[in-house]
Design a protein around this ligand. Structure first.
Ligand SMILES: Nc1ncnc2c1ncn2[C@@H]1O[C@H](COP(=O)(O)OP(=O)(O)OP(=O)(O)O)[C@@H](O)[C@H]1O
Ligand SMILES: [Mg+2]
Length: 231
C-alpha cells in the first residue's frame, strides 16, 4: 500500500484577486522505500506539498491518504497519532535542544515517542548508525552543522517511521556537509528501508535522489526516476 497519496490536492491562500495557488490539483503517490526529492524554484509549492504529506496542514480541495486513510476523515486524535508514530521530520535549521548533548537529544525523542526500553543504549545505536558514535556527549554548539543535522536524522528515526520528511535539509549546510547528510539518509534508506521525501533546489542534492518530482507554480511539471549518482 502507498505510504501517501495525493489526489487532485490543492492548497489555496487568500481569495479572488489575491488568490495564491500554492498547490494546484496535484496527484502523486509515494510508495514504501522511495528516496524522492521535490524540486522547483522558490515559491513553487515544495513546503506546502511536504506539509500536506506530513499532515501538518490540510488541503483546500482534494484528498490526502496516509497508508490508505483519508486524512480529512480522521479525528484530530487519530491524525496526531499518525503524525507522532508514522512520520519523522527533519528541519532546515536542525532544531536540536541546545542544552542537551547529542545522545540526550535523541533520548528525549525516544521518551516522547513512548520508548520503554533502554533509551540511552538505543540513542547511542542510532547515533552510531549516522556516524556520530564518538560524539554522543557533545552539545549542538560543539558540532558542525552537518553533524547536527545527522543528530536530527537519528532523532527522526526513533519511531521507526514509515516516512521521513525533510524540507530543505541541506539548506544551511556547505556542500561537503550537505553531501554527508544525504549519504546518511541514503544509507538509512538502503539498509533500513526508511522512505524519504525531501525538498531542495540544489542540483547536487537532486542528483542523489532516485525520483525527482519538479514543481512550478504549484503544479507537477515532471516526475522522473533516475540513477542516483555519487555526488
Ligand atoms: N501562509 C501563507 N499565506 C499566503 N501565501 C502563502 C502561505 N504559505 C505559502 N504561501 C505562498 O504559496 C506559494 C508556495 O509556497 P511554498 O512555501 O510552498 O514554496 P517553496 O517551494 O517551499 O519555496 P522555497 O523554496 O522558497 O521554500 C508561494 O507563492 C507562497 O508565497
Ligand atoms: Mg520551502
Amino acid at each position: 500500500m502507498a505510504i501517501c497519496e495525493l489526489r487532485d490536492t490543492s492548497k489555496h491562500y487568500g481569495s479572488d484577486a489575491t488568490l495564491v495557488r500554492a498547490l494546484d490539483e496535484v496527484s502523486l503517490t509515494f510508495e514504501p522505500g522511495e528516496f524522492t526529492v521535490i524540486s522547483g524554484p522558490s515559491g513553487s509549492g515544495k513546503t506546502t506539498l511536504l506539509n500536506m504529506v506530513g499532515c501538518l496542514d490540510v488541503p483546500t480541495e482534494g484528498t490526502v491518504l496516509i497508508e490508505g486513510h483519508d486524512v480529512s476523515r480522521l479525528s484530530s486524535r487519530a491524525l496526531a497519532r499518525i503524525r507522532g508514530n508514522r512520520i519523522g521530520f527533519i528541519f532546515q535549521s536542525f532544531n536540536l535542544i541546545p542544552v542537551l548533548t547529542a545522545v540526550e537529544n535523541v533520548e528525549l525523542a525516544l521518551q516522547l515517542a513512548g520508548h520503554n526500553g533502554n533509551r540511552h543504549k538505543k540513542a547511542r545505536e542510532l547515533l552510531a548508525a549516522v556516524g556520530l558514535g564518538e560524539m554522543t556527549r557533545r552539545r549542538p554548539n560543539q558540532l558542525s552543522g552537518g553533524q547536527q543535522q545527522r543528530v536530527a536524522v537519528a532523532r527522526a528515526l526513533v519511531k521507526d517511521p514509515a516516512l521521513v520528511i525533510a524540507d530543505e535539509p541541506t539548506a544551511n549546510l556547505d556542500t561537503e556537509n550537505g553531501r554527508q547528510v544525504l549519504d546518511i539518509m541514503r544509507k538509512m534508506n538502503a539498509e533500513r528501508g526508511v522512505t524519504f521525501l525531501f525538498s531542495t533546489h540544489e542540483k547536487l542534492v537532486i542528483d542523489m535522489a532516485r525520483r525527482v518530482v519538479t514543481l512550478r507554480d504549484g503544479r507537477v511539471v515532471s516526475d522522473v526516476a533516475q540513477n542516483a549518482g555519487e555526488a
